[in-house]
Design a protein around this ligand. Structure first.
Ligand code: FO1
Length: 318
């Protein structure tokens, strides 16, 4: 099974999915366009959020970073640097140090990610979307902002005018990315920001085509409930780009490759419209306030995939 993922919402879903299927059967293709450099360290927030969550080590309140982490190093860095707005925890910094050092020694992000997930005992395969740098730049009335500056420093405020993925023209999908889509028995897009989390993955050459060509059913879960994201600025980004701010608006971005779309019960009225595009629609509770609720959503999605006729026998529920 293959999932295309961004940060916190996707990670929560995947933690539930890892309870429903054997995680060794799961491959997660992760957005790296949120990556940035802080204090000379290469930080890959979405890769780390997925890894820490699958390892059961994430700070569940925030949805990112490590549980019980401290911030003494960041505080000490404040003596030398004016900008310490990006919350790097002390234990989290170990991951960034390791990643940075390994990349400098010539290992690819794919290789380093495999080493990090193995060190955390994560049994799913976690693949960065690309080994080449792609960086999201959000153009707002305040100018062109690197993604973390837009999201964290400026709290996603300001009118969005344009979103760019710097480096996308020269980037290719990392080894195994298209294969994981083409060979999957089910492809899932967990609830993730369609513009800045899924958008960069889809913009890589060959990925959209792989999603159109795969024999596996492709199913996406709406990241919007009643027109609002559970977390993050998806609504502001959609509005700024002139895309309808609704679950159906998100489905419309994927309709060329989707078989099915999952709507929250609060959005059941959008069902018919999406069905008219030839998609099947599953209406269920998508709000993952607990791991049990995430597992229930994952189970509904996997059962749905089975009914859509993916080749394997039903997964071993645990
Ligand atoms: N998100 C915040 O809102 N504030 C932070 O200070 C912050 C620090 C941070 C450090 C490491 C990391 O892996 C993630 C971090 N995040 C932080 C989350 C991150 O900005 C976003 O969740 C993703 O980039 C969006 O998917």
């Amino acid at each position: 099974m293959t999932a295309l993922a961004g940060g916190v919402g996707a990670a929560r879903f995947l933690r539930g999915l890892a309870r429903v299927i054997d995680p060794a059967r799961l491959c997660v293709i992760v957005n790296t366009a949120d990556d940035d450099e802080f204090f000379g360290l290469h930080v890959s927030p979405d890769l780390d959020t997925i890894t820490y969550t699958l390892a059961g080590a994430v700070d569940q309140g925030k949805g990112w970073g490590l549980r019980d982490d401290t911030f003494r190093c960041l505080h000490a860095l404040g003596r030398y640097y004016a900008d310490t707005w990006f919350g790097l925890g002390d234990a989290d910094i170990a991951t960034h140090l390791f990643r940075t050092q390994q990349l400098r020694q010539g290992r690819s992000l794919t290789e380093v990610t495999a080493a990090i997930t193995q060190a955390w005992g994560v049994r799913a395969t976690v693949l960065p979307m690309s080994n080449e740098p792609v960086r999201t730049i959000v153009h707002t009335e305040a100018g062109a902002l690197p993604f973390q500056e837009y999201l964290v420093k400026r709290r996603g405020e300001g009118q969005v005018e344009q979103v760019e993925f710097h480096g996308i023209a020269a980037a290719t999908p990392a080894p195994g990315v298209c294969e994981a889509i083409l060979r999957a028995t089910l492809v899932i897009l967990p609830p993730s920001n369609p513009i800045v989390s899924i958008g960069p993955i889809l913009a890589l050459p060959g990925v959209r085509q792989a999603l159109q060509e795969t024999r596996a059913p492709v199913i996406a879960i709406s990241p919007l409930v009643a027109g609002k994201p559970i977390k993050g600025p998806a609504d502001r980004l959609l509005r700024g780009l002139g895309i309808e701010v609704s679950a159906a608006g998100v489905a419309s971005l994927y309709r060329d490759f989707l078989d099915s779309f999952v709507l929250d019960t609060q959005d059941a009225d959008q069902r018919e419209r999406i069905e008219q595009w030839g998609l099947t629609v599953l209406v269920t509770d998508t709000i993952m306030s607990t791991v049990d609720k995430a597992a229930a959503l994952a189970q509904a999605v996997v059962e749905w995939g089975c009914r859509k006729g993916f080749a394997e026998s039903p997964p071993p529920y645990r």
